[in-house]
Design a protein around this ligand. Structure first.
Ligand code: GL7
Length: 830
């Protein structure tokens, strides 16, 4: 082996020879193993370090350029980053997958086996956290200076197992064997206070001063993960904070001899970054959650100020160098924290601090569900963060003063606009704090932004219409096409070149090929192959064998009643009873694939998972069905498993009640991989349909307006059951033990909920859904036409790249430009 590599080559080269050498060095000197005893995991670690070094070069170059040019940067504050495995993605972004595969091969190793070793960092629940990860990819790929700030949860989203058809949660010990992608930064540590009291005094010069004396301090230590862009020499930082006990506090207790007290205190402090709350779109209102939010937000803001002060001596222009995007209200306490830092720590007058604060933050709302709009009780917030409560009340006083000046006598409006909810026990409305304390407010799809303007945040829209924007979500084509679906990507690149990977609108060039029979045949070969791959996985994970020739009908997402997995089930049951009535009926063979986690405390969602498995047991085993319908639940849906599933879908189920799904992003991942959508006019479905064309999209169900008028008129789901023979039989059979081994109680809560309440209008949309599904079945029989539609879906999905979303944010909101790292010498030309 060549032994004359320079340091630059050892850490940055991408030839097969240099990769082998770097890998072996890392195996020895970082992993401390000699080849004879090294395990597959050691090999994975050595390769991960090898790859990380390559990104490190890009990061050092990017960071020094940002520093020299004192650029304007984005800080993306998010309680969740659902990253997914790094290794494969980094190889793709660095363009070194084939050299790496070859290098491993020459060392007798199989790259795919090493890839399978990685524990994915599941630091998020679902769409919101995964969106943050897609945005990091696009920010780096578009060369936008940015830092992601969040929490280094020791335990991420739980692993899901199934026992007797029920979800069982297992702790996600993702850090157990170490994390080669992060760099610990003990030198970047900040103190965060909690509790205590606020002392007010007038100093000798007559200035009024406020001092917050917390009764507890926690340290936040930085862990950095490098995020490299695709095909560019740019890398940005994801900086996650880990909670640690503060030593000074230890010492106090040790000194008075309370050893045990000190240790307990240490444990309590470190609990802050221990575990991700597994609830998506529902509040628990737990004090630990507020501690997490304040903890990472405070660390992030302190870090921004530290970075800013490296280049400047006064904070008056902070908002020119940094803009902070709040990913939902989870970091909204940052508005009060920045005020506190500027006023109490940097002696700034209120008016100037407020000017800077308001010009620093921008707020994205991600949900309309009332139970997900964060409210913290004034009592709890005041106990944990007394100084912040004081600041929030003062912000509110000034805000309401302005409101009353503008709308004299309109006290109802003032109370609606207040940061404090006064009904019941008093609570701080975090969305209101975010609206008042920011220069921009945006929704995540056109419909969602409209509903924010017209309903949820209507009074704020009246007050400051210029703040409102829409930025429709997007997903990264690097992870969700190139990495997840290499076969389809190769076919596309062969047809139109590889420009689409950075400029997804170029997929339009596939359009004429939809009419090319030979291309359609190749498209089907690819789809068939990825369906075979998935069928094998399904067999391994569930024991259920599925036919790759059947229509793969896929609903993968978190379990929630508004997402209506149970509507999908009702359709399955309708088909099943149709076969039972007439076993010779002509049905299009389908594989119904479900995957997704339910919040551990969400009983109804867990019961729906159980029902899917119970229906699967009966349907899959019924000889009348004879394999024409298969129902499978793929356990532990996460990014890794998603990458298997998205490419193989024929039909994408996006069937939420209109007005409930803010955007959805799985809808984009599936359509980009050639699935046709059956969907409601909800969230981004509407824009997807507009782009791919209504003739290539199966739309059904009530509109937002229709839902609202049905609700207003008085909705009676029971009458729908009585009037529809199909539906009454299904409801009856769900209760008579057919799917519960004779147990007539098991599914009663679900059946009764639908029959007597049906808060998400499942039964109201049932007929329309079943009718559309009939068209889907018919359409799938004509494979040529179906393939044409599949190609047109992909060709017209360019708009839903997260690159487009990030460009929108940069142009309309952040006003940030791309920066080329200077002086770089590698295959990446700056
Ligand atoms: C969500 C929305 O439910 C989802 O529709 C959206 O695509 C996503 C990203 O904007 O944000 N809001 C939310 O609280 N969660 C989401 O996934 C958990």
């Amino acid at each position: 082996m060549n032994d004359t590599f320079t340091s630059n080559e050892i850490h940055g080269g991408t030839s097969t020879e240099v990769l082998k050498r770097s890998f072996l060095d890392n195996l020895s000197y970082r992993q401390a193993k000699f080849p004879a005893v090294a395990t597959t995991y050691d090999h994975y670690m050595a390769l991960a370090y090898t790859v990380r070094d390559r990104i490190m070069q890009h990061w050092l170059q990017s960071a020094s350029t940002y520093y020299e040019q004192s650029v304007r940067s984005l800080c993306y504050l998010s309680a969740e980053f659902l990253l997914g495995p790094h290794l494969g993605n980094n190889l793709v972004n660095l363009g070194m997958e084939s050299e790496t595969r070859q290098a491993m091969l020459e060392l007798g190793l199989d790259l795919d086996r090493l890839l399978a070793e990685e524990e994915e960092p599941g630091l998020g629940n679902g769409g919101l956290g995964r969106l943050a990860a897609c945005y990091l990819d696009s920010l780096a790929s578009l060369q936008i200076p940015a830092i992601g700030y969040g929490i280094r949860y020791e335990f991420g989203i739980f692993d899901q197992e199934l026992k007797d058809g029920w979800q069982v949660e297992r702790t996600d010990k993702w850090l157990r064997y170490g994390n080669p992608w992060e760099v610990a930064r003990p030198e970047i540590t900040f103190t965060v206070g909690f509790g205590g009291s606020v002392r007010e005094q007038v100093d000798s010069a007559g200035n009024y001063q406020v001092e917050w004396v917390p009764d507890r301090h926690v340290m936040g230590m930085a862990y950095d993960t490098l995020i490299g862009g695709y095909g560019v020499p740019t890398a940005n930082l994801l900086r996650l904070w880990q909670a640690q006990a503060s030593e000074s506090f230890d010492f106090q207790l040790f000194n008075v001899g309370d050893y045990q007290g000190a240790v307990l205190e240490k444990i309590a402090s470190e609990n802050i970054s221990k575990v991700l709350y597994p609830n998506d779109e529902a509040l628990q209102g737990k004090v630990l959650r507020l501690q997490q939010q304040y903890f990472f937000t405070s660390c992030a803001l302190q870090d921004m100020i530290r970075i800013y002060l490296q280049r400047s001596s006064q904070l008056g222009n902070l908002h020119e160098k940094f803009t902070v995007q709040l990913n939902d209200t989870h970091p909204a306490i940052g508005v009060a924290e920045l005020m506190r830092l500027l006023i109490d720590q940097h002696a700034m007058p209120w008016e100037l601090a407020w000017e800077i604060t308001r010009r620093t933050f921008a707020y994205t709302n991600h949900t309309l569900l009332p139970e997900a709009l964060e409210r913290w009780s004034v009592e709890l917030l005041g106990r944990l963060l007394p100084r912040h409560l004081q600041i929030i009340l003062e912000i509110n006083r000034r805000h309401l003063e302005g409101v009353r000046k503008r709308y004299p006598g309109d006290e109802e409006r003032a109370s609606r606009l207040s940061l404090i909810e006064e009904q019941g026990s008093r609570a701080v409305r975090m969305a209101h704090l975010a609206c008042v304390g920011s220069y921009s407010i945006n929704g995540v799809a056109e419909l969602h932004s409209r509903l924010l303007r017209d309903e949820v945040l209507r009074d704020f829209h009246d007050l400051t219409p210029e703040k409102f924007h829409n930025v429709t979500n997007g997903v990264t084509p690097r992870r969700f096409m190139l990495l997840a679906n290499p076969r389809l990507s190769a076919l596309i690149t062969h047809a139109i070149g590889d420009g689409w990977i950075r400029d997804l609108d170029q997929l339009h060039r596939l359009e004429p090929l939809a009419d090319d029979a030979a291309f359609r045949a190749e498209w089907r070969v690819v789809k068939r192959a990825v369906k075979e791959d998935l069928a094998e996985k399904v067999q391994q994970r569930t024991g259920i064998s599925v036919d790759p020739e059947s229509l793969f009908d896929v609903q993968v997402k978190r379990f929630h009643e508004y997402k209506r997995q149970h509507l999908n089930l009702l359709h399955i049951l309708s088909l099943y009873f149709q076969i039972k009535d007439n076993p010779a009926a002509d049905v299009t063979p389908r594989t119904f694939l479900f995957a997704g986690k339910a919040a551990p405390g969400y009983q109804m969602a867990k019961l729906i998972i159980k029902l899917i498995n119970s229906v699967g047991e009966v349907v899959n085993g019924d000889s009348d069905v004879n394999g024409r319908l298969r129902v499978a639940f793929f356990p532990d849906f996460n990014v890794k498993n998603g990458q298997w599933i998205y490419p193989a879908a024929d039909l994408s189920e996006q069937i939420s009640t209109a007005g409930k799904e803010a955007s959805g992003t799985g809808n984009m991942k599936l359509s980009m991989n050639g699935a046709l959508t059956i969907g409601t006019l909800d969230g981004a479905n509407i824009e997807i349909r507009d782009h791919v064309g209504p003739e290539n999209f199966f739309c059904f169900g009530m509109t937002v307006e229709e839902v609202a008028s049905l609700q207003a008129a008085g909705y009676d789901p029971g009458s729908l059951v009585r009037d529809n023979a199909d539906l009454s039989r299904i409801m009856h059979r769900l209760s008579d033990g057919t799917f519960s081994r004779g147990d007539t109680e098991l599914f009663r809560p679900l059946v009764e909920n639908l029959q007597y309440h049906d808060p998400f209008f499942v039964l109201a949309d049932f007929s329309s859904y079943v009718e559309r599904q009939r068209e889907v079945s018919a359409a799938f029989q004509d494979r040529e036409v179906w393939t044409q539609k599949s190609i047109l879906n992909v060709a017209r999905m360019g708009h839903f790249s997260s690159d487009r979303s990030i460009r929108d944010y940069c142009r309309e909101i952040w006003q940030i430009d791309a920066i080329q790292p200077n002086g770089f010498n590698s295959k990446f030309k700056p």
